[in-house]
Design a binder for this molecule. Sequence first.
Ligand SMILES: Cc1cc2nc3c(=O)[nH]c(=O)nc-3n(C[C@H](O)[C@H](O)[C@H](O)COP(=O)(O)O)c2cc1C
Length: 401
Amino acid sequence: MAVDLSVNFCGVRFENPFVLAAAPPTDNADMVARGFEAGWAGAILKTTSVESEVVSLVYPMMVGMDLDGRRLAALENIDLISERHIDQVEKDVRRLKKEFPKKVVAASIMGGKKEHWEELVRRLEAAGVDLIECSFSCPHGMPEKGMGSAVGQSPELTEKTARWVKEAAKRVPVIIKLTPQIADITAAAEAVKRSGADGVTAINTVKGLMGVDLDSFVPYPNVGGYSTYGGISGPAIKPVALRCVAEIARKVDLPISATGGVTTWRDAAEFLLLGARTVQVCTEVMRHGFRVVEDMIDGLANYLEDKGLSGVEQLIGKALPHVVEHSHLPRDGRVRAHVDPEKCIRCGVCYVACRDGGHQAMEFGPDRLARVDEEKCVGCGFCTTTCPVADCLTLRPASVI
Ligand SMILES: Cc1cc2nc3c(=O)[nH]c(=O)nc-3n(C[C@H](O)[C@H](O)[C@H](O)COP(=O)(O)O)c2cc1C
């Protein structure tokens, strides 16, 4: 069965849901062309502004977080919008639309005042973009100028600014890239809806501070002895992004483009299941190159086929009916931990975890085999997160144990 990977997002057709996010991989036409050749359905060009907007970058601007030997569990950047202003981006759009007429070329814009937003829209529409994304969400540098997440953190400013852009756009849909740095992201999405704009992107990077050098006392990244807060991306932010997408999808009737921590087709499928229509990727592309999309396309197609679904459209939102408020979670049907004695390597990790982080329900005898005391086990699930062996420690309905 041939599956249909294409999706409709805000009236624009994407040949598959995989899109390059606004970031270094989309900062010039040569790079985007290579991305398109690899299979990406669309690209959001790195955020640009009018020529008078000063973009003063500092170096180094990126630092990674390793976790138990896994490099780049998270990436922090203090990059700003592109140093390439709209005049250069206009040329890129013209070239990309000519060479890749079927790919979606989107511009990401940021303005300091109404006239700038309007000029950006007018010029980029004339250059031929298919979609305009507005960054109301960069968490560093730009907020100091009243831009970026300074806008996205206020539903009032979000509505007002999104309306300027939407009213200026005569031909193409306008989407707003939201910040997770707000108490209720659905309030921002509702403001976008009221503005008349066509959709949202969720989320931009999460504001953070990656760490401190214990010798010099300078936090990372060290820019001449000083540091500042930055935007965190990569696998570590996926749970925040999933939550934001689910919250918006459940409450606000707007198409969603997801971004935040996607490294595999599985991550992408989760975002689609929670209501996203396209999935944008940045950090994984920066780390492993444009061709990661080949595995994403194959993996998603195989998954759809295995599930007997004819296309991506059938997948979108399928997990949403399973997301409820805490008070609506079922209180019956308890589960208990179960250890597969054939798989247990007798390491004792689950025993310690249950003893000091759970309900003292794991027995660890002289033979070092873990055994569950079903009277004491409440089925909290913590032990299953610590066991190093796949499928050794599982949760089962209490009745079958
Ligand atoms: C170095 C760097 C620069 C970025 N620049 C922009 C930008 O100019 N505009 C924007 O909207 N997002 C920007 N982003 C955010 C990404 O588009 C994306 O939303 C974020 O990194 C989360 O996705 P990821 O986890 O796949 O990286 C940037 C991210 C990184 C790492």
